[in-house]
Design a protein around this ligand. Structure first.
Ligand SMILES: Nc1ncnc2c1ncn2[C@@H]1O[C@H](COP(=O)(O)OP(=O)(O)O)[C@@H](O)[C@H]1O
Ligand SMILES: [Mg+2]
Length: 407
């Protein structure tokens, strides 16, 4: 039996479509949604927090599940990688990552140290534990720098600081801001474009990868910009693909990822490529949808196939330029906004999803790169037209959305 932890409707559709017996544990907030989506004979259980190994083991025991019958455990959720690896290791159930590896893919300090010792370029960094927030900020660090949670996601609580004074001013806020963070990490600020590489690794070999360029850096969410990315064409950007392939193979080897899918972020500056970070799961937002459209490869399906030892997909490339974008709106209560059909009717839009609706609250997009009004997947005959369509769509959506600011 396959045990799935965490809720992702798209991946669950794949899993429920496979001929495997499976049981799902989700958090209580999405329980109704999961039960409604589940086929009749597929059990769904809930806990208050899927990161809590005690709750996971207890819900299985209460359901009378004999762990000896559970062969594999799957999660695609960033924050569940380590707890699921711990559960798998403690029970002998097969998982894609052991605990040490899962930690490497969660903790930015451990990951950068491993990359650095393999001789690959990455930002200088220093961990700031909670205890040291009492003392002065490091003066000798190369500024400007980025301060961020050591095991965060989606650019949350990520701040640029120009000097030790700047950092000292932020310290007080961090101390009481979000104590849920394990620690913070100070990193030298890397200039340049930001790219992401998404792919499949099977038996230690890179069997497929795609290179995309962010239209706006995820960090630009701090100024309210809508991030997105465009897949680079392997023919038109042959040199980039060649350089990035080597960089990716070396990074994955350093991190010991031999089986599964990955989402690797890197900077491209004047003096070459610099490692940003690497996740052992499919990319977020519409990254998976874009790659499926461009190459016919569904990375969330491939993630499950890797765990179950099923064959990897063979890519085929479509000639169209493909990309995705966040849809942006100002924060506040939404009075009116375009409908899904309106968005789907705009030039080049292939797929869209909206996260907010009239009467609801539009969050402040400066909080993080996954804060959004919605997402859109677009295509065009070439990259330049696609970039124009993305800009036009984002501007049109913003202009058509009316909100009243919250007091
Ligand atoms: N050292 C750095 N130099 C420049 N920009 C950075 C640096 N670290 C992070 N960023 C920016 O912040 C974003 C989020 O940081 P990242 O390390 O990818 O963490 P996460 O995606 O888990 O929040 C990056 O995509 C990038 O735009
Ligand atoms: Mg990132």
């Amino acid at each position: 039996m396959l045990l799935v932890i965490g809720w992702d409707p798209v991946t669950m559709e794949t899993i429920w479509g496979l001929d495997v017996n499976c049981l799902v544990i989700v958090s209580h907030q999405v329980f109704n949604q999961a039960v409604t989506a589940a086929p009749a004979n597929r059990p769904v259980h809930s806990v208050s927090d899927c990161r809590d190994v005690e709750q996971l083991l207890a819900v299985l025991a209460r359901a009378g599940v004999d762990l000896a019958t559970v062969t594999h455990v799957y999660t695609g959720a960033e924050f569940l990688l380590v707890p699921v690896a711990v559960l798998a290791q403690a029970t002998g159930i097969k998982h894609l990552l052991d605990v040490d590896q899962a930690l490497l893919f969660r903790d930015k300090a451990l990951q950068k140290k491993r990359i650095r010792s393999a001789g690959l370029r990455t930002a200088n960094s220093q961990v700031i534990e909670y205890g040291s927030l009492m003392g002065p900020a490091p003066a000798r660090f190369p500024y400007p720098a980025i301060l961020k949670p050591v095991a965060g996601a989606s650019t949350v609580l990520t701040i640029r600081v120009e000097s030790p004074d700047d950092l000292n001013a932020v310290y007080g806020v961090l101390n009481d801001a979000d104590a849920q963070q394990a620690a913070y990490q100070l990193e030298e600020f890397i200039e340049g474009d930001e790219l992401h590489v998404d792919g499949i690794v099977r038996g230690g070999a890179l069997t497929f990868f795609s290179v995309s360029q962010y239209t706006k850096r995820p960090f630009d969410c701090r100024t309210g910009e809508a991030s997105g990315s465009i897949i680079l064409d392997a023919g038109r950007s042959a040199q980039v693909y060649e350089d990035v392939e080597r960089f990716t193979i070396n990074s994955l080897a350093a991190l010991g990822l031999r089986e599964g899918v990955f989402h690797l972020e890197l900077f491209r500056g004047a003096s070459g490529y610099v490692f940003g970070e690497c996740a052992a799961r499919p990319g977020g937002a519409f990254v998976t949808q874009a790659i499926k459209l461009k190459f016919g490869v569904d990375l969330s399906r491939e993630h499950v196939h890797s765990l179950l030892g099923m064959p990897a997909a063979l890519p085929r490339s479509c000639p169209e330029a493909v990309g995705w974008t966040l849809l942006a709106a100002p924060p506040g209560r939404i009075i009116r906004m375009p409908s899904l059909d309106d968005v789907l009717g705009r030039p080049g839009v292939v797929e869209s999803s909206l996260d907010v609706k009239p009467g609801g609250i539009m969050p402040d997009m400066r909080q993080g790169s996954s804060c959004r009004a919605g997402l859109a997947l677009l295509q065009a005959p070439n990259k330049e037209t696609l970039a124009g369509r993305i800009d036009d769509l984002v501007a049109w959506f913003y202009e058509k959305t009316l909100v009243t600011p919250l007091m």
